[in-house]
Design a protein around this ligand. Structure first.
Ligand SMILES: Cc1cc2nc3c(=O)[nH]c(=O)nc-3n(C[C@H](O)[C@H](O)[C@H](O)COP(=O)(O)OP(=O)(O)OC[C@H]3O[C@@H](n4cnc5c(N)ncnc54)[C@H](O)[C@@H]3O)c2cc1C
Length: 462
C-alpha cells in the first residue's frame, strides 16, 4: 500500500525545493508524451546525480510508491506516463557528456543528454554515433536506450542496442549496478546491458551509458524516387539488396504522407505520386559511394511504376530530402485527427505483401491510413487517422489496427520495431509472444522489481 505522505516527507530531507514539483500546473508538463495521452503524477522529482536517484528509489521501495522514469517525453507507446500515479522521475538534469574517448572510440554520457546535442558534440571529434531517431531535437539518450530506438540508418548500422557497451543503473530497491564497460567483447555472465536496453524503464533507472562510436563516414549520396504504385516501392528494397548494395537508409512515404508533408513544410512535392522512396549510401571512399549511387539509379528506373529518380546535387539538397522524411509524423499529426500508429516490422522480403495488404484494407471515407517508415528494415509506421469522439470511427480504427497487427504476425513479423510496448501495444502482445515466453518475461520483471514499483502498468496486461 502506497504511503505517499511519508515518501514526500523523506524526499524533502535530501532534495532541494526546486527538485520536487507538487503543483498541478508544474506536474501537468510531465503528464503526457507524444501519444497525446495524459496521466497526472502525484509528484515529480528531478534528481541531479546517481546518488539522489538511488536515495529516491530507496524511499519509493520503502513506501511502495510507483516510480515512472522519464526522458524527453517523445515516446510513442506511453512508456513514460505515470499510469499508476506515484512519482515521475525525470532524468532531464542528467545533461553531461562525461567523456569522448577518441582513442577507444567511446562516449560516456548521462541519460538526459538530448540526442542532437551528442551528435553535434561528436562532429568536432570526427566521430559518429549512428543511432539518431527522427525525434533527435527532443528525445534523450536515456529514452533512446530504454526504448532501444531505431532510426533511418539502422538498415546498415543496426539499432541503439548495437552501440551500448556499458551502463550504470539504479535498481528498484536503490542498489546501483555497472554492467558492461568499454570493452568491445564481454561474455562474462548474462548480458544485463542488452537486457536493460529496450526494457522501457521497467527494470532499472539508467543513469550513465557507455557507447561505442564509429569513424564519421566522409561521403553520402541521397536519391529520391517517386512511384505511381505503392507496393512496387517495396520492390526497390529487394532489388537494391539483391544487387549486393547495403544502403544506410531506405525510407518510404505513401501518398497521404507525401501530401501531409507538402502542406506542413510548404514545399513542392509530387502530390500525385503514390509513393516516395529515399535511398542513401555512405562511406569513406568517394569512388565507392558514387559507384553505388550510380548503380542504384538505373536499378530504380527499371522498377515498374517509377516516375522520377533524382540524385541530390549537394548536401543542401540531401538535407532538404531528409526534411521530408523527418517531418512525416509531425505533418500527419498536424492534420488534426486522432491517430493510432502501428509500428509493425516484417522480414524485408514480406514488405511488398504487407504494403499491398494495407493499401487494400477497406475503410470508409472518414478514416485515412497513412504509411511511412523504414522500408529497408521492413519497419512501417501505419498511421490510422480517425476521430475519437465518433464511436463508429473509433471502433473502425481499432478493427483496422488489430487487422494490421494480426497480418503482421501471420507474416512472421513483430508488433513493434522501435517504439516499444508501453501501454499502447500491451493488450496485443499475447498475439506475438507465446505464453511460456511471457511468463519468463514476467519472472525477469519480478526478479528486478519484486514489489512492482518501477514503471508499473507497462508491457504486461495487469
Ligand atoms: C516526431 C517523432 C519522431 C520519432 N522518431 C523516432 C525514430 O526515428 N525512431 C524511434 O525509435 N523512435 C522515434 N520516436 C519515438 C521516441 O522519440 C523514442 O522512443 C525515444 O527514444 C524516446 O526518448 P525520450 O527521451 O523522449 O523518452 P520518454 O518518452 O520520456 O520515455 C520513453 C521510455 O523510456 C523510459 N526511460 C526514459 N529515460 C529513462 C532512463 N534514464 N532510465 C530508464 N528508463 C528511461 C521511460 O520510462 C519510457 O518507458 C519518435 C517520436 C516522435 C514524436
Amino acid at each position: 500500500m502506497m504511503r505517499l505522505g511519508e515518501f514526500l516527507g523523506e524526499l524533502k530531507t535530501f532534495l532541494k525545493e526546486d527538485q520536487i514539483i507538487l503543483d498541478r500546473e508544474g506536474m501537468a508538463h510531465f503528464s503526457y508524451d507524444a501519444t497525446e495521452r495524459q496521466f497526472m503524477p502525484q509528484v515529480v522529482v528531478l534528481p541531479n546525480n546517481t546518488e539522489e536517484v538511488s536515495k529516491i528509489m530507496r524511499c519509493a521501495w520503502k513506501y511502495e510508491v510507483p516510480v515512472t522514469p522519464q526522458g524527453g517525453r517523445t515516446g510513442l507507446s506511453g512508456g513514460g506516463l505515470p499510469v499508476k500515479g506515484g512519482t515521475v522521475l525525470s532524468l532531464l538534469r542528467f545533461k553531461r557528456i562525461i567523456e569522448i574517448d577518441e582513442k577507444n572510440m567511446i562516449a560516456v554520457v548521462e541519460p538526459g543528454v538530448i540526442s542532437k546535442d551528442l551528435q553535434e558534440a561528436l562532429k568536432a571529434h570526427n566521430l559518429f554515433f549512428p543511432p539518431d531517431p527522427s525525434s533527435t531535437v527532443e528525445s534523450t539518450i536515456g529514452g533512446n536506450v530504454a526504448e532501444n530506438a531505431g532510426y533511418t540508418r539502422a538498415v546498415k548500422y543496426g539499432v541503439t542496442r548495437d552501440y551500448v557497451r556499458g551502463l550504470e543503473a539504479v535498481l528498484p530497491d536503490g542498489e546501483i549496478i555497472h554492467p558492461g564497460g568499454k570493452n568491445a567483447k564481454n561474455v562474462a555472465g548474462y548480458d544485463l546491458v542488452s537486457l536493460l536496453t529496450g526494457s522501457e524503464g521497467t527494470l532499472a533507472v539508467i543513469t550513465k551509458i557507455i557507447f561505442k562510436l564509429l569513424p564519421r563516414p566522409a561521403i553520402r549520396r541521397t536519391i529520391i524516387v517517386y512511384l505511381n504504385n505503392l507496393p512496387r516501392a517495396a520492390d526497390i528494397v529487394l532489388r537494391v539488396f539483391q544487387a549486393g548494395i547495403v544502403p544506410c537508409a531506405i525510407e518510404l512515404l505513401d501518398n497521404v504522407t507525401i501530401n501531409a508533408v507538402a502542406d506542413y513544410i510548404n514545399t513542392p512535392l509530387r502530390r500525385d505520386a503514390e509513393a516516395l522512396v529515399l535511398i542513401e549510401v555512405d562511406g569513406h571512399l568517394e569512388k565507392t559511394v558514387n559507384a553505388e549511387a550510380r548503380e542504384i539509379i538505373p536499378l530504380c528506373e527499371s522498377v515498374h511504376g517509377v516516375v522520377e529518380v533524382k540524385l541530390a546535387l549537394d548536401e543542401e539538397e540531401a538535407n532538404r530530402f531528409w526534411t521530408i522524411r523527418r517531418e512525416a509524423l509531425p505533418a500527419l499529426k498536424a492534420l488534426g485527427k486522432d491517430h493510432f500508429e502501428a509500428d509493425v516490422v516484417v522480414p524485408h522480403y514480406e514488405l511488398p505483401f504487407l504494403v499491398k495488404f494495407i493499401g487494400e484494407l477497406e475503410h470508409g471515407d472518414a478514416i485515412k491510413i497513412a504509411t511511412f517508415g523504414h522500408a529497408g528494415d521492413g519497419n512501417l509506421h501505419v498511421t490510422i487517422l480517425y476521430r475519437r469522439r465518433n464511436f463508429t470511427e473509433l471502433d473502425e480504427a481499432y478493427r483496422l489496427l488489430e487487422t494490421v497487427y494480426r497480418r503482421t504476425i501471420e507474416m512472421g513479423g513483430s508488433l513493434t520495431g522501435e517504439h516499444g510496448v508501453g501501454i499502447t501495444v500491451k493488450d496485443y502482445l499475447p498475439l506475438q509472444i507465446e505464453e511460456t515466453e511471457m511468463a519468463l518475461m514476467k519472472r525477469i520483471k519480478t526478479a528486478f522489481d519484486p514489489k512492482g514499483i518501477l514503471n508499473p502498468g507497462k508491457i504486461f496486461v495487469d
